[in-house]
Design a protein around this ligand. Sequence first.
Ligand SMILES: [Zn+2]
Length: 78
Amino acid sequence: MLLPIDLGLFLALTAGMGCTLILGVWFWYDRREALLNDPRRIRSAFVCTRCGQTYLRPRLREEAPCPGCGWNNVRLKF
Ligand SMILES: [Zn+2]
């Protein structure tokens, strides 16, 4: 059995749920983009040309010394 409901109330509830959904998706994508573009997540990879050790350094940088032998290596580019 269907319950009688006021048309104005029905439209207000439907519009409210639609606005809530849009704001929720907007907030979710905003947070997701902020997390993906967090500069703390970006690391640079290096392979030492002297001893062959692979290592990572935080942030985007072009050169970093090898932790094993101290040789200054250039960042790997993919
Ligand atoms: Zn090295």
